[in-house]
Ligand binder design. Structure first.
Ligand code: SF4
Length: 187
């Protein structure tokens, strides 16, 4: 690592992704929120703009959050398991996830969220160590380090499955996020 504070993350060169990235993508949203959303890795838009979930997937995510009365800028802190874009949007390698875990742990310690949302299988595996299909994992509350954790479909999956029918992935994700909002209100 090149430092021990989150501010040092933007100059990190601890894995090979440093040589192909444009920007280190650290976070957006509210660092004092009770809710933290963790995705997989930056894509092209995120790499260009230096913020997570700002492309089509991010806009879809923001709309879903608003649908359940969660404000994307104030009610949660948004980041990824990996801070630099993997070339051609391939899945992050285990070694890259391991190298970047240092920064994610700093973010978890700084934000200290009561509830965590994990978007997609890579984030679920990175945090919970659970491998499996999101169809089975989504919507099932987990407990990790005394925090409530909700796995949901990744927004990019929802863009490929845009059906608005009841019980379709979009509807299920809205239900999952509504369960998250209700859980936050319990505390
Ligand atoms: S992906 Fe993470 S560990 Fe790798 S260079 Fe970027 S910030 Fe550092």
């Amino acid at each position: 690592m090149t430092g021990t504070n989150l501010e040092d993350c933007s100059s990190c060169r601890a894995c090979d992704l440093a040589s192909t990235r444009q920007a280190v993508v650290i976070s957006r949203g509210n660092p004092k929120a009770n809710l933290m959303l963790i995705g997989e890795a930056p894509g092209a838009q995120e790499d260009a703009q230096g913020a997570p979930f700002v492309g089509r997937s991010g806009r879809a995510l923001d709309q879903l959050l608003r649908d359940v009365d969660l404000d994307p800028e104030h009610d949660l802190y948004i980041c990824n398991a990996i801070k630099c874009r993997p070339p051609n949007n391939r899945r992050p390698k285990k070694a890259e996830l391991a190298a970047c875990r240092f920064w994610l742990d700093l973010q978890l310690a700084a934000v200290n969220p009561k509830v965590i949302v994990l978007t997609g299988a890579t984030a679920v595996e990175a945090i919970l160590g659970i491998k499996g299909g999101m169809t089975q994992l989504r919507g099932q509350w987990q407990i990790w380090n005394e925090r409530a954790v909700m796995p949901i479909f990744h927004p990019s999956y929802l863009l490929r499955n845009p059906s608005k029918a009841a019980g379709a992935p979009l509807d299920l994700t809205r239900q999952d996020l509504d369960a998250v909002r209700r859980r936050l209100c319990e505390r």
